[in-house]
Each structure stands twice: as structure tokens, then as C-alpha cells.
Design a protein around this ligand. Structure first.
Ligand code: UD1
Ligand code: MG
Length: 457
């Protein structure tokens, strides 16, 4: 998809007061990344020549997050928030001499798809050469949206804001999403004619349509689903957007050959990669940076972030894979096992109640229940290495840095502080004593006392 003669203006000067947050609104995350990055990612798919981001004063953090994420944008500041038309005017210097399509998007409306952006640009290229192509939609509740006024032939002739609309106009359910593609060669000519003589006292971008018609040009519209137009102004709308995006990610995973037993209880990150024939049981959460290869089974209630899981491994139920977890083919990571910055090689098993941090576990090693890698002494983190086929007895504490050789065994309950040679048994528990008859004696003594107490009551 390439519309090389396209530049984009992303409006994001809104204050976001309803978010009740110190974080600029467009930095609030959906599917694990700032909403503005979600939008810029979709925008990149149509390969615009230039992106101009309109921010309000004191929003440096937005520009920083955008460039940190690797997007090249030119940032301009709208000092006073005088309306969407005024906001677009702030971007015009940055686009001086540009005569292609200018696509206007909103930073707080990140769910528009590249396909829909492309449909606006395709419509701009139709034989009538429309000066402005507006993205319309028919919402469940049109209420406060601007309305698209059409003539008898069904052509777009103006947009009226709800506050300025007549009862007849309000009865029309074809609404303005706010997104549009404009002929760049006449953009500044048209915005120069905007006035703020309206109900809100703002310079409305929507007036461009009427102005273009007055100038003898045609305008057009295309329609999209309401879902793509949702604007995020509150935490409640943020949650709504999250749900829509999660549904898309779930659909993608299933379309690519994963089985989700209960899709609505699985949460993906924008970048989660899921292979074919993967089964994901209910209530699984993926943070950023996860890749799951083919045939993996993720059982219920797992929390997985920054992890790589190779073919046919079994994870969970109730497992936690933290950043740097690299789980090999056919490995099993079971209930209440936490893995961080550790490689678990093919066929290795850690099935119950363990912490494996800063470690290398060899192929087919068996990690017994309750094994803990003691990787942190309060000052530095150290590595634990466990060889191929080693058997770590239940409740072993491995005090890192430490190595257990191939095929070695550690006895249950051992605290391993020194390296263990290959094929050796390391055991650090004290000998068991057995005192004949002691338990019976104790029972008699304590039992008598209990009887006396009861008698007193
Ligand atoms: C706008 C449209 C309306 C449409 C609706 C869709 C206008 C006049 N109205 O109304 O027809 O139905 O969106 O959601 O365009 N912004 C700035 N600077 C400003 C004003 C706004 O950057 O001075 C940005 C906001 O941050 C936001 C976007 O522009 O991202 C839209 O602004 P908003 O105030 O939500 O516009 P609406 O009144 O909802
Ligand atoms: Mg709005």
C-alpha cells in the first residue's frame, strides 16, 4: 500500500482533562503502547512522505516518545487551542510547497485502519478530483458529532457541527469522523478563509468543505465502521478502545491458526507473535515482546511478557514468563513457576512452584518442585547454570553464581553454594535422626494435659 504523494497532519493539542492524569492523553497505552504510536504505526502502512504532529504547549513527552519509538515526525506547537481548523493551520508551514494529499487524523482516535486511510486517498483520486474527502460514519448515537450535508445527488456539500445544526440536519445520522484527505495545493488558501463565527467560537476544519464548494470544487465522502472513529477522552473510552483493539488482535491470532478457547479472556500486546496450532486456554495475558512458536499450549492463567517460546512447549497453568525467558522446544513450565532472563533448553521441565532467574537450564534437565535460583544477593545478580539432563531435587536453593554439571543430581532440600561436577550427587542436608517411640510418648503426655484442661471447663 503506497500513496507516496501523501502527507499527514495528526492533531493532538487537546488537553485531555477528562483523563484526570499527569500523562498527556495521547501517551495513554492501548494494547501495550501509547495510543499515538498505534496511530502512527497504522499511518506508516500507507507510507506518507511527511507527518506533522500538532501538539499543545508542554507536551514535550509526546514528541520524545514518538521519536524514541522510531517515527520521524515534525512537531509543531499550537499555543492556543482555537479549533481543529486553527490546529491544521499550525502545520501548514511545515508543508509549504507540498501539493499532494494531506490526510488529517486525530492523535486521540487511534483505531482507524490503514485500509480506511487508503480508501480516503483512493477517493481523492477519483475523476471529479474532489478537493476534500471526508470519512463519514453512522454511529449508534449521533448526538454531538458534526453532520455531513448531502445534496439531492448524494454529494457532500457541507459539514455542520451539532451545536450549529438545525433539527432537520440533526435528524441525519451520517456523521463526521473528523478525518479527511485534502488537496494540499489549496489547503492554506481554504484555511485562510475560515472564521470563528459559530456556536463554539472556534475555527472549524469542517468548514473547508463548504469553502471548497464555494470555490467551485467538488467534495466527497467515504464511510467506515464506528469502531474506527472512536475518540478517547476518558478512561472509560480508553477501555472501550482497548476492547476493540483486543478483539482485532484475537481475530488475527485465530486467523493465523491459533485456537483461543475463550477469546475474550486473552489479552494480547500490539506486537504479540503467535504461531500456528497454538492453543491458548482462558485467562492469559501477554505483555510486550512475546513470540510463541508453533504447536505451543498455553494453559489457563499465565502472565507472559518479553518471552520467546519454541515449538510444542507447554506453559502453565499459572506460569509467569518475564523478560528474557527463552523456552525451548517441548519444554514444560508448570504451575506457579516464574522464569526471568533464563534459557530453558529443549525438553527441560520445571513443573511446579519454582523461581528460575538469570539461568541457563540444559536440555532435558528436570527442575524439582520448589527449586529457587538465588540470583540476587542484594547487590548484584548472578547466573546459575544447570547442565543437560541434570536432576534438581525438590526444594533446592541454588546460590548463584553456581553451576551444576551435565547429568548431576542435587538432593531435595539442598542449598547448593559450590559448583557440582557432571554426574555427581550434591547433598547439603544434615543426617536424619530417628528416636524410637518418641511420637507415641509425646502423644500420651500432651493428650493427658488436654484431657485435664477439658475436665476443668
Ligand atoms: C470534531 C469535528 C466534528 C466531528 C468530531 C469527531 C470540528 C469542528 N468538528 O469535533 O465534526 O464529528 O470531531 O470526533 O472539527 N484539536 C487540536 N487543537 C484544537 C482543537 C482540537 O489539536 O484547537 C485536536 C484534538 O486534540 C482532537 C481533535 O483535534 O484530537 C478533535 O478535537 P475535538 O475537540 O475532539 O473536536 P470535536 O469538537 O469533537
Ligand atoms: Mg471530540
Amino acid at each position: 500500500m503506497s500513496h507516496s504523494e501523501t502527507a499527514a497532519i495528526v492533531l493532538a493539542a487537546g488537553l485531555g482533562t477528562r483523563m484526570k492524569s499527569d500523562l498527556p492523553k495521547v501517551l495513554h497505552p492501548i494494547a501495550g503502547r501509547a495510543m499515538i504510536l498505534q496511530l502512527l504505526d497504522s499511518l506508516s502502512a500507507i507510507k506518507p512522505e511527511k507527518i506533522v504532529l500538532v501538539l499543545g504547549p508542554e507536551m514535550d513527552a509526546v514528541g520524545e516518545a514518538v521519536s524514541e519509538a522510531g517515527f520521524t515526525v515534525e512537531t509543531v506547537i499550537q499555543q492556543d487551542r482555537l479549533g481543529t481548523g486553527h490546529a491544521v493551520q499550525q502545520a501548514e508551514n511545515a508543508l509549504a510547497g507540498f501539493n499532494g494529499n494531506v490526510l488529517v487524523l486525530y492523535g486521540d482516535s487511534p483505531l482507524i485502519t490503514p485500509q480506511t486511510m487508503a480508501s480516503l486517498l483512493d477517493e481523492r483520486a477519483n475523476d471529479d478530483d474532489p478537493a476534500v474527502v471526508v470519512l463519514g460514519f453512522r454511529p449508534f448515537e449521533p448526538n454531538t458529532y458534526g453532520r455531513l450535508n448531502l445534496d439531492d445527488a448524494g454529494s457532500l456539500v457541507s459539514i455542520v457541527e451539532a451545536k450549529d445544526a438545525s433539527a432537520d440536519e440533526l435528524a441525519n445520522d451520517l456523521c463526521n469522523s473528523g478525518f479527511m484527505a485534502i488537496d494540499g495545493s489549496i489547503l492554506s488558501g481554504l484555511t485562510g478563509k475560515l472564521s470563528n463565527d459559530n456556536a463554539k467560537g472556534e475555527y472549524y476544519l469542517t468548514d473547508l468543505v463548504g469553502l471548497a464548494i464555494e470555490a467551485g470544487r467538488s467534495c466527497a465522502f467515504v464511510e467506515c465502521d464506528e469502531e474506527e472513529t472512536i475518540g478517547i477522552n476518558s478512561r472509560s473510552e480508553l477501555a472501550e478502545a482497548e476492547t476493540i483493539l483486543q478483539d482485532r488482535l484475537r481475530e488475527d491470532a485465530m486467523a493465523n491458526g491459533a485456537t483461543l478457547i475463550d477469546p475474550s479472556s486473552v489479552y494480547f500486546s500490539h506486537d504479540t507473535k503467535i504461531g500456528q496450532d497454538v492453543t491458548i486456554d482462558p485467562n492469559v495475558y501477554f505483555g510486550p515482546g512475546v513470540e510463541i512458536c508453533d504447536g505451543v499450549h498455553i494453559r489457563a492463567f499465565c502472565h507472559i511478557e518479553g518471552a520467546f517460546v519454541e515449538n510444542n512447549a507447554i506453559i502453565g497453568p499459572f506460569a509467569r514468563l518475564r523478560p528474557g525467558a527463552d523456552i525451548g522446544e517441548d519444554a514444560h513450565i508448570g504451575n506457579f513457576v516464574e522464569i526471568k532472563n533464563a534459557t530453558v533448553a529443549a525438553g527441560a521441565k520445571a513443573n511446579h512452584l519454582s523461581y528460575i532467574g538469570d539461568a541457563k537450564i540444559g536440555p532435558k534437565a528436570n527442575i524439582g518442585a520448589g527449586t529457587i535460583t538465588c540470583n540476587y544477593d542484594g547487590y548484584v545478580k548472578s547466573m546459575t547454570e544447570i547442565g543437560a539432563g541434570a536432576f534438581i531435587g525438590s526444594n533446592t536453593a541454588l546460590v548463584a553464581p553456581v553451576k551444576v554439571g551435565d547429568g548431576a543430581i542435587t538432593g531435595a532440600g539442598s542449598v547448593i553454594t559450590k559448583n557440582v561436577d557432571a554426574d555427581a550427587l550434591a547433598l547439603t542436608r544434615s543426617d536424619q535422626k530417628s528416636i524410637a517411640g518418641y511420637a507415641a510418648k509425646l502423644r500420651n503426655k500432651k493428650g493427658q494435659k488436654k484431657g485435664q484442661k477439658k475436665g476443668k471447663q
